[in-house]
Design a protein around this ligand. Structure first.
Ligand code: CTP
Ligand code: MG
Length: 238
């Protein structure tokens, strides 16, 4: 079986509030997108990297040139993203219809998570490799978790949840090509709110594996996250 990497990069970074999409913001001496792509390519040098990009993306050509100068062997496929993240991932899978076999693995990783380590990537692959469907990196919840409810324009506690069973869903998430393709297609047709791949497989009746991952695999979402990522990247031994 083959491994394909789908790296959704078609978001506009609204919460970042910058004048260009966050994946193109500087991070150390590169852009956020290049750091993430580089880490995935280093872990899986043989794998195709599939990048769903925004229809009006202006920045990819320059980044691609720099990336291929650094990694001339990298195999890149681009396609258009869609309205939501799940649409972008499905477009990425559709770009592989003529290439991928049903049983192949697809690793999906947000380009907005540059702090992914080589060890976590290997742990995910090793953890799911004999599984029927696949799984995801996840981190056990450390804080006490409250369920809130809205009362007169404010929020009050309605319950404390049992933290022992709660995990933060991270990326990468890794699934068999055909099962992921079918689950995403059907989930989107049904209008389900799919914020990750696992939720699509869960809706299809599967129980993906939770593979413990590092808590510093943060998603760059708000402006202050960039400085934190720089700090983490500087101190990490990937
Ligand atoms: N993404 C995508 N297609 C979309 C929306 C998001 O490919 N229609 C990608 C983003 O580029 C990012 C990942 O999915 O790599 C996670 O999404 P998120 O962190 O929400 O990024 P944005 O959607 O760009 O940010 P925001 O929600 O603040 O606009
Ligand atoms: Mg978003």
């Amino acid at each position: 079986t083959c491994l394909w990497c789908v790296l959704p990069a078609a978001g506009i970074g609204e919460r970042m509030g910058a004048d260009l999409p966050k994946q193109y913001l500087p991070l150390l001496d590169q852009t956020l997108l290049e750091v993430t792509l580089g880490r995935i390519h280093q872990a899986f040098p043989e794998a195709y990297l599939v990048l769903p990009l925004h229809q009006e993306d202006l920045w990819w050509p320059a980044v691609e040139l720099r990336f291929l100068k650094r990694y001339p062997q990298a195999k890149l496929i681009t396609c258009f993203g869609g309205k939501e993240r799940a649409d972008s991932v499905l477009n990425g899978l559709n770009a592989l219809t003529a290439l991928a076999h049903p049983h192949d693995w697809v690793l999906v990783h947000d380009v907005a998570r540059p702090c992914i380590t080589q060890l976590d990537l290997q742990q995910l692959v090793t953890g799911v490799k004999n599984h029927l469907v696949g799984g995801l990196l996840a981190a056990p919840v450390a804080d006490t978790m409250k369920r809130g409810m809205s009362v007169n324009n404010s929020h009050q506690v309605s319950a404390t949840l049992d933290r022992n069973h709660l995990w933060h869903a991270l990326t990468p998430q890794m699934f068999r090509y055909e099962k992921l393709h079918t689950a995403l297609t059907q989930g989107l047709e049904k209008g389900l709110k799919l914020t990750d791949e696992s939720s699509a497989l869960e809706a299809a009746g599967y129980q993906p594996l939770l593979i413990p991952g590092r808590r510093d695999n943060i998603k760059i979402t708000h402006p202050e996250d960039l400085a934190l990522a720089e700090l983490l990247l500087t101190h990490q031994q990937t």
